[in-house]
Each structure stands twice: as C-alpha cells, then as structure tokens.
Design a protein around this ligand. Structure first.
Ligand SMILES: CC(C)(COP(=O)(O)OP(=O)(O)OC[C@H]1O[C@@H](n2cnc3c(N)ncnc32)[C@H](O)[C@@H]1OP(=O)(O)O)[C@@H](O)C(=O)NCCC(=O)NCCS
Length: 211
C-alpha cells in the first residue's frame, strides 16, 4: 500500500480469487508434480527465465519459498486453477514491488493445454484487481518479449497500455531480449472491464520466470 515500507508483509486473500471460470489460490505442496509437467514446455523455456531443465527440486523450492516471499513483501504468487475440474493450469505472480511508488510487475505462464481458452486474460484481471484493491498499488507493469505475440495480446485484452520498447532489457538464456513494456492503472482496469466485459469468448472459459 501507499507508504508501505519495503519488506512489508503481504497477506494473500483468505478465499481464492475467482471470476467463475478461472481461480487464483496460493501454492500447495500437491501442485509440485503438475508444475514440473507444465514447465517442461518449449514456449515457457523460450519466453521466461524458468530454468530449462525444470524438475522436482525447482518446483519444490518454488512452492516452499512462496510463503516466505509473501511474508517478506517480495512477491504475491498464485496458482491458476480451473474452476470446473480444479486442475492446476499455470502460474501468475505480482513481483518486483517498489512500495514507495506503489508499483509492481506481473508475470505469468499457462500449461500448453490450457492456452487459447482465456485463462491468462482472466487471471491477469483477477490479480491486478486484487493488487490495486488489497495492496494499494497505483501501477502494475508487464514486460513481454517483442516476439511474444500471445503474451502481448493477453496484456492488451486485460486493458494494459503498450508504453515502450525497452531494448536489450531482459537476459533470456544468456541472450539480450527487447521487451515491450505495458502498464495498467486502476482506472484502466475498470474501463477495460466496462468496455468489453471479460473480453473473453463466452464459449471459452507467463519474469516471467517469476510467473
Ligand atoms: C502467454 C500465455 C500465457 C498466453 O496464453 P493464452 O492467453 O491462452 O494464449 P492464446 O493462445 O489464447 O493467445 C492469446 C492471443 O494471442 C494471439 N497469439 C497467439 N500467438 C501469437 C503470436 N505468435 N503472435 C501474435 N498473436 C498471437 C492469439 O491469437 C490470441 O489472440 P485472440 O484471442 O485475439 O485470438 C501462454 O502462451 C504461455 O504460457 N506462454 C509461455 C509463457 C509466457 O510467454 N509467459 C508470458 C511471459 S511475458
């Protein structure tokens, strides 16, 4: 929140965040095997800093460390869950908070089989609404590689504004990548929701390493 000291404690919502189709909840030990399967994916390797040989150790560290990261005010990580079968679909997190400027960044990824169904857009809207309302953020940033068209579309559908291209901004697999910088303010999110509803087809339901 505004004036929140760095290192301040974040409290994740007591109840999962949900829009009826997509659910965000804290990570659980039982998510580990599926998280490993999700992260062993070409697109995730390509566009995020998720380690290339992703295994049980990395997944366990992610789940185990998530609670401390929340308590230390470093990140707010959520598992993305299907409301229909409660299956783990992906990961979305608010990260890199700059509390003195009430600012954070969002990163996400989805399982290959969960793509094209609107879950990323819905998850993005849910986490941003929560970040504005509960953490007092005044700005949420999203960085997508210039070649990552799917992520850029998701950002736009969730109401983000394309603000700049940051040259050689992220090192991905030891190579510099140009990143499109998007920004979302609380009013943007409201007007995007008002303009187009969920913006997700009615028949459908990513550091980035920080997703
Ligand atoms: C980014 C990601 C979460 C998007 O998931 P998704 O919303 O289910 O993605 P979709 O397949 O529905 O694509 C979203 C939109 O981008 C479009 N798209 C897909 N690939 C594209 C490409 N290469 N270029 C341009 N647009 C593209 C789709 O047509 C769709 O637009 P539409 O709804 O207007 O038709 C998913 O692709 C993913 O997990 N990628 C790997 C990790 C990652 O890149 N994370 C983000 C890092 S910033």
């Amino acid at each position: 929140m505004i004036g929140m000291a760095s290192g301040a404690r974040i409290v994740l919502p007591a109840e999962p965040l949900s829009d009826g189709a997509t659910v965000l909840r804290p990570w659980r030990e039982s998510d580990i095997p599926r998280l490993v399967a999700i992260c062993r994916d070409e697109e995730i390797m390509r566009w995020t800093r998720v380690p290339t040989a992703y295994g049980i150790t990395a997944a366990r560290a992610w789940v185990d460390e998530s609670r401390a990261l929340v308590q230390d005010g470093i990140s707010a990580p959520f598992a993305i869950i299907s409301s229909t079968d409660h299956e783990l679909l992906g990961s979305i997190s608010l990260v890199r908070f700059t509390w003195e400027h009430a600012r954070g960044e969002v990163g996400y990824l989805l399982a290959r089989e969960a793509r094209g169904l609107g879950h990323a857009t819905r998850a993005l809207r849910l986490i941003c609404a929560w970040g504005f309302a509960s953490l007092g953020l005044e700005r949420i940033e999203l960085l997508a590689a210039t070649g990552n068209g799917a992520s850029q579309r998701v950002a736009e559908r969730a109401g983000f504004t394309r603000e700049a291209v940051l040259r050689s901004y992220h090192m991905l697999h030891e190579a510099p990548f140009d990143m499109v910088a998007f920004g979302l303010l609380p009013g943007d999110a409201e007007s995007a929701g008002g303009r187009s509803g969920t913006g997700v087809r009615a028949d459908s339901i990513g550091s980035s390493a920080d997703a």
